[in-house]
Design a protein around this ligand. Structure first.
Ligand SMILES: Nc1ncnc2c1ncn2[C@@H]1O[C@H](COP(=O)(O)OP(=O)(O)OP(=O)(O)O)[C@@H](O)[C@H]1O
Length: 242
C-alpha cells in the first residue's frame, strides 16, 4: 500500500497553549485508522490542520507526496480531502438534494445544473437517503442529517475522508447502520481517518489507531494493542487502572 498522508513533526500553538505537540504519523491508501484521545487531547485540531481550517505552527503535512500544510481548506479539498464536522453543517432551508448540490458546486469538479442533480441523487443513494432528495434538510432526523453530511463530503469525491465524531449521538441501531456505511466506503478503497469516542465503533472499523494525550502521540499500532497500552489506559482512566 502506498502512503497517502504523512504528518511530520506537526505542532499547533494557541497563544501559550500547545494543542498539538510534534505529532508524526502516516496513513496508507485504503487504511481506516482511528485517531483517539481523551477530551482536549488535540484530535480536532489535527483534523483542522489536515483539512486546511488551521495552519500548523510547525511541521509538514504531505498528501500523496505533495506538501499541503498551511494551504487553505479551499485549496486542499480539490486535491481529494473531505471531512465531516463534529456539529452537522447543513443548510436547513434547502432541500436534502440542494445541500449536496452546493457541495458539488464548490467541490472538486464544480458541477452545476442537471449533472449536479444526478450526482447528488447518486451520493444520497450511497448513504441511504434515496427518496428523501426533495425534503427540507431541517426535517431530517439526527442520523439522516449525519447521512446528508456524509453525502456532502462524498460529493467532493475524496480519496481521504476525515470523519470527526461522525458516529457520536447515534442510538445502538443507528450506530450499526453508521458502521456498515463506513465499511462500504472502505470496500471502495477510501482512506479514512476517524476521530471517535465510541470504542465499539473503533474496534469494529479500525485495524490501527493513533492515540493522543495532551497534544502528543502516545500510541500508534494495531487497535487491540493500542487500546491496552498502559500509557493509553492511564490517559483515559488514571494511574490506578494502568
Ligand atoms: N481555536 C482555538 N483557540 C484556542 N484554543 C483552542 C482552539 N481550538 C482548540 N483549542 C484548545 O486546544 C486543545 C485541543 O483541543 P481539540 O478540540 O483539538 O481537542 P480534542 O481532542 O478534539 O477534544 P474533544 O474530544 O473534546 O473534541 C484544547 O485545550 C482546546 O481548548
Amino acid at each position: 500500500m502506498t502512503e497517502i498522508l504523512a504528518l511530520s513533526g506537526i505542532s499547533k500553538r494557541f497563544g501559550g497553549l500547545t494543542a498539538v505537540n510534534e505529532l508524526s504519523f502516516s496513513l496508507k491508501a485504503g487504511e481506516v485508522v482511528g485517531l483517539l484521545g481523551p477530551n482536549g487531547s488535540g484530535k480536532t485540531t489535527v483534523m483542522n490542520m489536515i483539512s486546511g481550517f488551521l495552519a500548523p505552527s510547525e511541521g509538514l503535512i504531505a498528501f500523496k507526496g505533495e506538501p499541503i500544510s498551511g494551504l487553505p481548506a479551499h485549496r486542499i479539498a480539490p486535491k481529494g480531502v473531505a471531512r465531516t464536522f463534529q456539529l452537522v453543517r447543513a443548510l436547513p432551508s434547502l432541500t436534502v438534494a440542494e445541500n449536496v448540490e452546493t457541495a458539488l458546486a464548490f467541490g472538486r469538479h464544480k458541477l452545476w445544473g442537471a449533472v449536479a442533480r444526478e450526482r447528488a441523487l447518486h451520493h444520497l443513494e450511497e448513504v441511504g437517503l434515496a427518496g428523501r432528495a426533495g425534503e427540507k434538510a431541517s426535517t431530517l432526523t439526527y442520523i439522516d442529517q449525519k447521512r446528508m453530511e456524509l453525502a456532502r463530503a462524498l460529493a467532493a469525491e475524496p480519496e481521504l475522508l476525515l470523519l470527526d465524531e461522525w458516529l457520536a449521538g447515534l442510538n445502538p441501531t443507528e450506530l450499526l447502520t453508521g458502521i456498515d456505511l463506513i465499511r462500504s466506503l472502505e470496500r471502495r478503497g477510501m482512506t479514512i481517518l476517524l476521530v471517535e469516542h465510541v470504542m465499539d465503533a473503533i474496534r469494529a472499523l479500525c485495524s490501527r489507531c493513533v492515540v493522543m494525550n495532551a497534544g502528543r502521540k502516545i500510541a500508534d499500532g494495531p487497535t487491540f494493542e493500542a487500546l491496552r497500552d498502559p500509557e493509553v489506559v492511564r490517559a483515559y482512566l488514571g494511574d490506578d487502572h494502568a
